[in-house]
Design a protein around this ligand. Structure first.
Ligand code: BMA
Length: 329
């Protein structure tokens, strides 16, 4: 039996681990996969999410426009590495079909549940909050009510119901660059009414990389060991915030329970495209794709609020590493 409980993706964007690499996560050698000014109206595409679709790939991308405001754009790729983006913002409508644009929108997560594509992002609801919408055909984009009150960010849906309930991770925040932040979980029977809020895990630990705040990354991956969650952790330095990628394993039936949490980061800004850009020193994961039979995982992350980059890992190696470096918080 494979460790990941999920489907196969034989055309997963992938590159084997380079010889001599001892880390559990390694970068795509042609990173970054997006550059400056990707479309006429946009300056940077990063913190974005890609899904397989009909043998190719589609995605919802955070693009900062040439007025330095973020919004969401649809994009396509044949191979998961090279993308084409719509220059227009995703045309959200409300459930009555009226235009329902966001003043700003960023950090989308994108997933398919029971045949419907869902997008969850940071939205403007009199300040940063969680936005949620869906599309069945990648043409008509329908917004649902904002799931939680402001201020909140890093909303992440689980890829299936757990005990009959949809589950969402989120990170309550303030209206600015939030110098705190823990991950919470909420339930909903219908993606409309959310409750049963529980604390999952907080910033802190022995290491400093996640001492200031943390936020869920891509949708958790179902495995035989629990939900594998990649997340970002932030340290405040005298030169500003530094965002790294970490991992934890949550109980499969009660995902508010953390089974293992890695005391080491898995990836921290090191390369030029991670340490230099619009906001230096940011590695911000928003999506993972996997091929369940082989356990290969590709992670899309934003680099320096400027580029989209890809990293790879193998589920068994990453779970082994998380367990080996498990830390009680
Ligand atoms: C966070 C979010 C992310 C961004 C990060 C670093 O608060 O706004 O979109 O990547 O800051 O600037």
């Amino acid at each position: 039996m494979s460790t990941i409980i999920g489907s196969s993706l034989s055309n997963l964007p992938w590159e084997d681990k380079p010889k001599g690499c001892i880390e559990p996560m390694w970068r795509y050698s042609n990173n970054p996969v997006t550059g400056w000014d990707p479309t006429p109206s946009t300056a940077r595409v990063f913190n974005s999410a890609v899904l397989p679709h009909e043998g190719e790939f589609v995605g919802v991308f955070r693009a900062d426009h040439k007025i330095i405001t973020a919004n969401l754009h649809f994009g396509r790729s044949k191979d998961g590495f090279n993308f084409e983006f719509d220059d227009n913002v995703i045309p959200w409508v409300d459930e009555q079909g009226n235009p329902a644009p966001s003043n700003y929108a960023y950090d989308p997560r994108f997933l398919k549940i029971d045949g419907t594509f869902y997008v969850i992002w940071c939205d403007d609801m009199h300040g940063p909050s969680i936005g949620l919408g869906y599309t069945k055909d990648l043409k008509n984009w329908i917004r649902l009510p904002n799931p939680l009150m402001p201020f909140n960010r890093n909303g992440v849906l689980f890829p299936r119901k757990v005990n009959g309930m949809y589950k969402m991770l989120s990170r309550p925040s303030d209206s600015g660059h939030t110098p705190f932040g823990d991950i919470f979980i909420s339930d909903s029977p219908d993606l409309r009414y959310w409750g049963n809020h529980k604390w999952v895990m907080g910033s802190g630990g022995k290491g400093w990389w996640q001492s200031l705040k943390i936020g869920a990354g891509p949708p958790p991956i179902e495995t035989t060991e629990g939900w594998l969650l990649f997340y970002h952790g932030v340290v405040n330095t005298c030169n500003g915030y530094v965002y790294s990628i970490g991992a934890a394993i949550l109980d499969i039936d009660e995902p508010s329970r953390v089974l293992y949490r890695c005391g080491n980061y898995l990836l921290t800004p090191q390369r030029d495209y991670e340490v230099s850009g619009f906001v230096p020193n940011v590695a911000f994961p928003c999506q993972n794709l996997y091929d369940a039979p082989t356990g290969r995982i590709a992670i899309y992350y934003g680099a320096a609020d400027t580029y989209t980059a890809i990293a790879f890992c193998h589920v068994d190696e990453v779970i082994g590493y998380v367990k080996k470096h498990h830390e009680e918080f």
